[in-house]
Design a protein. Structure first.
Length: 272
């Protein structure tokens, strides 16, 4: 079965803004996302991964203008040709579009990202499913605890919008459900103000989706998913560490149990 990619639309209420509240357009869009320096030999593909992450996590929404090539190159500490190669990949995949003229620039065309552009991390691809699931809970827990300390009213509004959209699409489009499921977690990551943990969270979530398509298609209970997200948001709003710990443990439990069952050895049959 072909892998599904998660997606959402700006019209569903999740839109990123810069520090002045501006969206796409304008002469000089704010660099309101952290693009870290790149050092590996396939630099343009790491640039692709970073831009995809920025789009999927809601930092740049559909129709919004990205920073220019020079600004991206400086932010990632690579040459402009490296960014140019990355943008070729993203325009060929119809993720970005180039608009010419005085009001032109690079614009997000879609957040329905192709699977080939998601979960590109070579290190993550070397890990087993059980290792990835084992790493998820401490990362999600720490992000939730930090969000409980650091989240602003705007952060809580973004999380609530994700839950509302998740409920709206719980019985409909599976890809939209998955998109808002992930976007809720990315909103928690942004509220935590921890770039490193949020980046690992992104890699884990996208890798899990690539590895567990059948689970998300056929075994996951959409109504339970909505309920778990509501409980998690309520726990983070409480700002009480013990409440947050319980909520995250409950949130992770269904997937952890499913993966444990998949990994369990088959029963031995007695010889005839």
């Amino acid at each position: 079965m072909k892998a599904l990619t998660t997606h959402a639309h700006a019209s569903d209420g999740i839109a990123a803004t810069d520090a002045e509240g501006n969206h796409g357009g304008g002469a000089d869009p704010a660099l309101h996302w952290y693009f870290h320096p790149i050092t590996n030999s396939r630099a343009h593909m790491e640039a692709v991964e970073q831009i995809v992450y920025a789009i999927l996590s809601g930092a740049y929404s559909v129709g919004e203008r990205l920073p220019g090539i020079e600004q991206l190159a400086q932010a990632m500490n690579v040459s402009k040709p490296v960014i140019g190669e990355a943008l070729k990949v993203l325009t060929r995949s119809k993720t970005l579009r180039v608009q010419r003229g005085s009001s032109g620039g690079l614009f997000v065309l879609t957040d329905r990202i192709k699977e080939s552009l998601v979960a590109l991390s070579g290190q993550m691809n070397r890990l087993s499913l059980s290792e990835i699931v084992e790493a998820r809970q401490p990362i999600e827990l720490q992000l939730a605890l930090l969000a409980g300390e650091r989240a602003t009213p705007a952060d809580f509004a973004a999380m609530q919008a994700c839950v509302d959209n998740l409920r709206k699409h719980s019985d409909g489009d599976l890809m939209l459900r998955m998109r808002f499921d992930h976007l809720f977690h990315y909103s928690v990551g942004r509220a935590a103000r921890s770039r490193a943990l949020a980046y690992y969270q992104y890699q884990i979530l996208e890798q899990l989706f690539a590895l567990l398509q059948d689970y998300f298609l056929y075994r996951e209970d959409p109504n339970l998913v909505v309920e778990l997200h509501e409980r998690t948001l309520a726990a983070i709003r409480s700002r009480e560490p013990a409440t947050i710990r319980r909520a995250i443990a409950e949130h992770m439990q269904p997937l952890e149990e499913a993966v444990a069952a998949m990994s369990a050895p088959l029963p031995q049959t007695a010889p005839a």
